[in-house]
Ligand binder design. Sequence first.
Ligand code: ADP
Ligand code: MG
Length: 474
Amino acid sequence: MAAAWQDVVRDAAAVREAAAVAVDAALLAGVLMRTGEQPNASDVVNYAPFTLLPSAVPRALFEQAYAVQQDFNLLVDAVSQNKEFLEQTLASTIKVDDFTARLFTIYKQVLEEGLAQTVFLGINRSDYMFDCGLQGAAALRQIEINTIAASFGGLTSRTADVHRLVLNVLGKSEEASQLLPNNPAKGLALGIAKAWELYGSQRAVVMFLVEDVQRNIFDQRCVENELWNRNIRVVRKRFRDVFEQGSLDASRRLYMDGQEVAVVYYREGYVPQVYDEQNWEARLLLERSRAVKCPDIATQLAGTKKVQQELSRPGTLEKLLPGHPEAIARIRATFAGLYSLDEGEEGDRIAATAIADPDRFVLKPQREGGGNNLYGEELREVLEKIKDSPERTSYILMDKIKPQPALNYLLRAHSPLQVSKCISELGIFGVYVRQGRELVLNQAAGHLLRTKAIEHADGGVAAGVAVLDTPFLV
Ligand code: ADP
Ligand code: MG
């Protein structure tokens, strides 16, 4: 895969020079992150980690990933509206997983009261790796779909410019000219703006629901600023602010200290640690409101690993997307093997297989944000321990995807410049807006390529493992 850059990788002086240019270009382009020491101040910032060289991506798989994105948007939206499916699918999980159970309780509560929300906005990112199977040709395999707080659409809108410059510096202007333009920030903002418009109140704001620790603020600002430039007002609030300042009027319009909120865009809320009782109360208030939640709680549940696993069962897609055989075929073609660990014979059998051959699988709990999955010996140990207890139901098993590694340099502040064997994960952003039952927008909004050294089984950019990259189509 690294064939295009083999000469570069061997030339230490050229690499050093290009790396210095690259880092400054990233700073100039705004590929930025706040520092770990001062995560809530912009006085001193650094560049977000990125690769020196763009990584080779098979063109056919890249195009396949784009071509299936509208189908995935349709599917997530269908799952979010299918109470029976969500109930059945998550029944075993919520018995043992407190976090999913708590989200599910809010989901039920909101449905029982009756939805006040009439406009729905989905922003997701479907992630893939390129599996090199035994047949030789690589295959596109979905890792997961993120339906809440899918990040790096902002920063990645600026990385292609950096890589274009690096290739020019390295004397590869022909290749530089082939790098694709990419602007997810604009696409995400377009979706938010559409939802805001359909909500129908000029005075109302878009509320970014943000973390207490905001290292990745520049990524969010890229989207935020697109909205300001469309004359849409944006406020940044935390769950605690919602608890203290949030209220609903008689028609369940959401107000923050008297200011009406049209859209709530969650960049937070997907890990249990954020929720104390007050924050759960705040979440419930938001979900009960008329405001457009991105995502609403049903769509967050549609993104759980358990739902992903059930979607791969024969016949499930046909039930969820009747009349869409072509979309179903495109979706299914991206699935890796996924297995339920529910109690019973099917679960017993796959648990035994995984214990015998742990390197074939990944064990996944119902968590987001990286660093939660189990691999290899650890997978075996945990599965041994829980194989006869209901606890195993809180996990799913997945075939481990094995991409072909390529050489690259991962540029990180305060880290030595060294060549690493790397693998990449491609994400495609999806955006859709539904008004009542009518889908009024359904698009792929751009891509994200993340690359990590092969030593790390798990983890994304925010987790400090992967870095931003740009696909070079081959
Ligand atoms: P999270 O919600 O924590 O992001 P993911 O399912 O995306 O969970 O897994 C986190 C990381 O683990 C991925 O970015 C990828 O690097 C690795 N990973 C996940 N599933 C697989 C798999 N089936 N095969 C190989 N690597 C995987
Ligand atoms: Mg992930």
